[in-house]
Structures are given as structure tokens and as C-alpha cells.
Design a protein around this ligand. Structure first.
Ligand SMILES: Cc1ncc(COP(=O)(O)O)c(C=O)c1O
Length: 442
């Protein structure tokens, strides 16, 4: 992959934003795409590991749309499979076909934690499905969430620990992401910090046998890839069993990325239920939730059964993309390539930070790694607050100006895809050095 050599003016950005504002709140289709009046980016084309904006600027992209791209943009193997399916078979008709079973059979070769599965169209929907099934199975309503995780856009998951407003003492307040989220949607959730076994035990005790499930990202794709320890995972699994609660691992970001079998392969700990999305379809909208057969079989029309469905569930666009993507991930060294390149990039970044005498740490696996400017790897979301996140943000914004796309917030990891195999590490070192020098005012 050649390094981009263009300057990075965004001549058309303001005009495009003004036009968008006539039709959409904030001028964009989703809140997080608004990066300010002058910095909001409008993308024309995507290919491999790069995106190109309407002003002709090409960026090497490590943001990858928050993680769904695992092979590369417009991967011809996946696209051809989708085109063949939708032109020869169709997209959706409200009946079952055979591709759903084929996808699950492939997925089960990668994820032994899955016995039965149902499909969804987004991570949000997959988490909703998993939590509902857990409640249906256990007959309980309460859940425990782990701070720093993100589990989608439905009300109950739209609460977070307010680290921005926290002074580092006592417990951070738990606040909604914004207005429109009813206070009642908070009442069934407890929040605990990652890697704190005592806090987990207390939350179970306080809930007095009413916890249906613990929901967590074992490697926090929304908090700089801060990772559970092996000891915490073992404690969590045992605590769930002891209290009759289900363990739901949200692998929307980690699934089919950090290993073929996701975090559960890395830790050797299986969840009762797991959610998948993102890398599962290399950018096509497809998601799933599943796990133990006895738990999933609560989905039924029987009395006491749980309802799951939706017009676009298991549509052939998403399923054909998942079939092709999973087959590639299961049978090629695509994920090994992501790991290799991710590790090489960390080495380059580390040498640049060292040049500037900056303490730094990497968290998480190389295919989805967090960068933390500080003296130790954060062990939970509260710890992240001790890192130099403002310096990271200035560095990241300079990288963007130099043609490397990433999320400026250090809570969002660097994402790798197979197409990054040819990334130019000399160029990376050059722009990373320049970007950090500028950030430090040197
Ligand atoms: C771990 C996790 N779960 C759930 C979601 C929600 O997925 P979606 O945006 O597809 O609804 C996200 C989105 O980033 C996520 O990172």
C-alpha cells in the first residue's frame, strides 16, 4: 500500500456539511460522523485499507468504520459472493433458505461456544436479542454491565460512567448518553469496573438472586482495548454459575477479529451467550447472537417462549457476505496478517514515542489495539483517565492531517485489516514522528 502523498485540504467539506444540514440533524447521517464544521469528512470511495474523500485525499484507514472491515474495503471475494446471491436468489422474502444453516455451520467450526444461533442486522439488535433470551431463560430481569463497554443504541445500554465529570474519587456517576433515554431504563442495570472481582461479588449480593446476566466486552473495544485478566474471566464465569446468571460476552468488535474464535479462543473461557456483528460480514450489515442450545431454545411460540424476529433478519445480502467472509477467515491466514501488521505498527509507534521520551503502553491484541500514553496499561475504564488522552488526541489529529485515518479518541482502538499487509512502515514512522513533534510543540 503506497503512502498517500497529497496535501490534506478539505475544500468541499464546509459546503457538503451546509448541504447536509438542510436535510439531516447536524448535517450527517449519524452523530459520531460530525467532527466539527471544518473537520467533518465526506468519503467518496473506499478500497483495501484506504478511504478517499471528495477532495481527492486518500487516507490509510485504521478506523475502518469502527471495526467491521477485516479483509479490506470492497473485498472482491466477498462482493462477488454477495452479487451472485442477490442476482441469482434475491434478498429477503420472509421465509427460510439454506444459507443461514451454512453460515452457522462455518461459524461453529470457529466458535465452539456456539450451539445455536439467530441472526440480526446490527450489534444493537444482537445485544437486545441476547439480553431478552437471558431474561426469558432465567426468569429474572436485572443485568450487570461492565464500565467502559458499549453495547449499542437501545435505551437500557445507553448509560455510561461519567469519567469526564469524575474527579477520581468515589464512584463516577452513571449518566445517560443523552436526552430521550428514560430514567426507568437504568433501574435494572448495575455497573461494575472491569477486573474488580470484589465489585462484581458485591453487585451480585446486592441484586439478591435477581441477575439474569452479566454483559461485557472482555476486551473493551470501546475503552482502548483494555483487557480482562485471566483471573477475572475465571472469577466472572464462576460467579455467574454460582448465582445462576448467564454470562453474555459482547464480541461485536472482537468476534472474528482478535482470533477466529474471538476473545473466547484467547481466554479459553466460553460464555453462555455471545453477540457478533462487524467483522462477521466485512462491512455488510449482518449480526448474530447465540450460545448454549438449552438457553437459545427458550426462543419459541410455546407458553413462556421468547420472541425473536424482524423483517430483514437473515437477509441474503448479509448472509452471503457472512458466508464468504467467515470462510476466508476460517481457511486463510488473513487474521494472522492482521496480527503481524498490527504488531509491526506497534513497534514503529513505540520507537517514535521513545524518541520523545514518552511513556506508552499498548492494550489488547494487535488486530485491535489501544494506545495509551502513560506508565502502565489501564486495567479498567477508570484507569484510562490517568493516561495522557489529550496528547494522544493532538497526535491523532496530526496523523489525520498527514493521511492516516483513526479516531482521535484513545478509547477507540486501531483496527487492522488484511489489506493493510502492504502498509508503508517507513512512511508511518515519518508521519508519526512529525505528528508527535507538532503535538508537543517541538
Ligand atoms: C461491543 C459493541 N456492541 C454493540 C455495538 C452496537 O453495534 P451496532 O452499531 O452495529 O448497532 C457496538 C458498536 O460499536 C459495539 O462496539
Amino acid at each position: 500500500m503506497n503512502a498517500p502523498r497529497r496535501p490534506f485540504p478539505g475544500a468541499s467539506r464546509a459546503t457538503r456539511l451546509a448541504r447536509g444540514r438542510q436535510h439531516m440533524p447536524m448535517g450527517v447521517a449519524e452523530n459520531y460522523r460530525y467532527w466539527g464544521d471544518d473537520e467533518t469528512i465526506f468519503v467518496d470511495t473506499m478500497k483495501g485499507g484506504t478511504i478517499t474523500d471528495f477532495d481527492g485525499n486518500t487516507y490509510v484507514d485504521f478506523r475502518l468504520g469502527y471495526g467491521p472491515i477485516i479483509l479490506g474495503y470492497r473485498d472482491e471475494r466477498v462482493d462477488a459472493a454477495v452479487v451472485q446471491t442477490i442476482t441469482e436468489q434475491g434478498t429477503v422474502c420472509g421465509f427460510s433458505g439454506e444459507l443461514e444453516v451454512e453460515v452457522i455451520e462455518t461459524l461453529k467450526t470457529m466458535c465452539p461456544n456456539i450451539e445455536k444461533l439467530r441472526f440480526a442486522n446490527s450489534g444493537t439488535e444482537a445485544v437486545m436479542g441476547a439480553v431478552r433470551v437471558a431474561r426469558g431463560f432465567t426468569g429474572r430481569d436485572r443485568i450487570i454491565q461492565v464500565e467502559g463497554g458499549f453495547h449499542g443504541l437501545y435505551d437500557e445500554m445507553m448509560w455510561k460512567s461519567d469519567l469526564e465529570g469524575w474527579d477520581g474519587t468515589g464512584e463516577p456517576a452513571v449518566i445517560p448518553f443523552g436526552k430521550g433515554i428514560p430514567a426507568s431504563s437504568r433501574t435494572l442495570s448495575g455497573f461494575v469496573p472491569l477486573n474488580d472481582c470484589d465489585a462484581l461479588d458485591r453487585a451480585f449480593e446486592e441484586a439478591r438472586g435477581e441477575v439474569a446476566a452479566v454483559v461485557l466486552e472482555p476486551i473493551q473495544g470501546n475503552a482502548g482495548s483494555i483487557a480482562s485478566t485471566d483471573a477475572y474471566m475465571a472469577h466472572l464465569k464462576a460467579a455467574c454459575e454460582r448465582h445462576g446468571a448467564l454470562l453474555i460476552m459482547d464480541e461485536v468488535k472482537t468476534g472474528f477479529r482478535v482470533a477466529p474464535g474471538g476473545v473466547q479462543e484467547l481466554y479459553g473461557v466460553h460464555a453462555d451467550m455471545t453477540t457478533y456483528a462487524k467483522a462477521m460480514g466485512n462491512g455488510y450489515p449482518v449480526a448474530a447472537f447465540g450460545g448454549r442450545a438449552d438457553v437459545m431454545d427458550v426462543i419459541s411460540f410455546e407458553a413462556g417462549g421468547v420472541v425473536h424476529g424482524g423483517t430483514y433478519t437473515a437477509n441474503l445480502i448479509g448472509l452471503s457476505a457472512a458466508a464468504a467472509t467467515l470462510k476466508i477467515l476460517a481457511t486463510t491466514d488473513a487474521l494472522a496478517t492482521c496480527d503481524r501488521v498490527g504488531a509491526a505498527i506497534q513497534e514503529v509507534l513505540s520507537s517514535v514515542f521513545t524518541k520523545f521520551d514518552l511513556e506508552h503502553q499498548f492494550a489488547g491484541p494487535p488486530a485491535m489495539f489501544g494506545v495509551h500514553l502513560g506508565s502502565h496499561v489501564p486495567t479498567n475504564y477508570r484507569d484510562w483517565k490517568k493516561t495522557q488522552s489529550a496528547l494522544y488526541e493532538a497526535f491523532a489529529k496530526n496523523l489525520i492531517r498527514n493521511g492516516l485515518m483513526l479516531e482521535p479518541d484513545s478509547r477507540e482502538p486501531w483496527f487492522l485489516c488484511e489489506a493493510h499487509a502492504s502498509v508503508d512502515l517507513t512512511w508511518l514512522e515519518e508521519i508519526a514522528t512529525r505528528s508527535m513533534a507538532d503535538a508537543l510543540g517541538r
